[in-house]
Design a protein around this ligand. Sequence first.
Ligand code: APR
Ligand code: PHB
Length: 391
Amino acid sequence: MMRTQVGIIGAGPAGLMLSHLLALEGISSVVLEAHTRDYVEQRIRAGLMEHFSVELLRQCGVGARMDREGLVHHGIVLRFGGRSHRIPVTDLTGKSMMIYGQHEVVKDLIAARLAAGGQILFEAEAVGIDELHGERPRIRFRQDGREQQIECDIIAGCDGFHGICRPALPLGALTVYDKIYPFGWLGILADVAPSNDELVYANHERGYALLTMRSPSVSRLYLQCAPDEDADAWTDEAIWAELRTRLADDSGFVLQSGPIRQKGVTAMRSYVVEPLRHGRLFLLGDAAHIVPPTGAKGMNLAFADVVVLSRALIDWYRKRNGDGLDSYSATALRRVWKAERFSWWLTSLMHRFEHATPFERRMQAAELDYVTSSRAAMTTLAENYAGLPLG
Ligand code: APR
Ligand code: PHB
């Protein structure tokens, strides 16, 4: 049987960052990943990093490529009623954001772990977790058609929303808080320079649209659509036409189109389980909580969980002090819930809700007006957008 200190299930941002931070402190881990390295490195996800995540990457020595290739952003544009309103995030908060694709972060973390001799087992699917209440919990996994086991001190469930850790817990061990939105996002990646330097969030009567980017020559755009929309039913021309309509403004904004390299539909949901610990199993990132993509908090929240747990593990291994492990769930959840609130709020503010009453539509319009005209309201948006402190 293999043995490690921390057994990590999942090589997404959560699992990889945890393994990296622990290694810097001399704590051993093994990361199990069901997919291939290529798969996790190519998986297109959101690409907006909070100030905190940018600083984290720098401080732990994996920020060099991000600093070379990432795009620093100081504000965003909210567009509604055909008018554009800039929120000067850096002026209001002193913090900036970085556009850098999540899969690029994953590539950098994998490279750092492998260069340091770290163990990431690809195509190794965890199939069960045992002895969670003992001193030696175990992960059963399958690789090359063989079932094997790893014995550890702690298991970190970083296996995303569809992983095995959360469902492995006994009924009643967790409380689920869940909200499903009546729409999805049709997202495209296109080989064309972004038509605006900053992100544009548009609330249009035909539905929400977002202009974002990956590099000076690659645009990423999203359209609100039905939750079960068939992306293939949309021709490239139809996507560009719809984006042009929803992103139009009264100042002559022109949306440049180009070849669409990739398209897909994302579901929209808010989801949290409590607590984030069961015996020697700790849940982190998407395994424990999901936010709708508005505001792109997913990876940032995963990193916040990782920082809280890694500090707790360092105290536990160095000083045999388990207080941090005992408070992990409560500490991480405070930030999780605030990001849940913000993602839900920004989603509610920017989307078209088909069944909204005329009163509710007026409320949304009044809120848009308020948030773009009151410095206090803009500051609230900006401080949540750039990211709240850890504590
Ligand atoms: N065994 C091994 N690996 C598994 C298993 C399993 N049984 N189940 C899932 N995994 C792997 C998945 O293949 C995936 O690579 O766990 C990884 C989980 O990674 P993510 O889904 O990226 O989750 P997380 O690391 O928490 O990152 C959160 O990712 O989903 C986005 O928007 C989300 O940005 C957020 C971030
Ligand atoms: C993205 O770049 O994919 C992105 C950016 C901001 C969001 C959502 C997604 O609010």
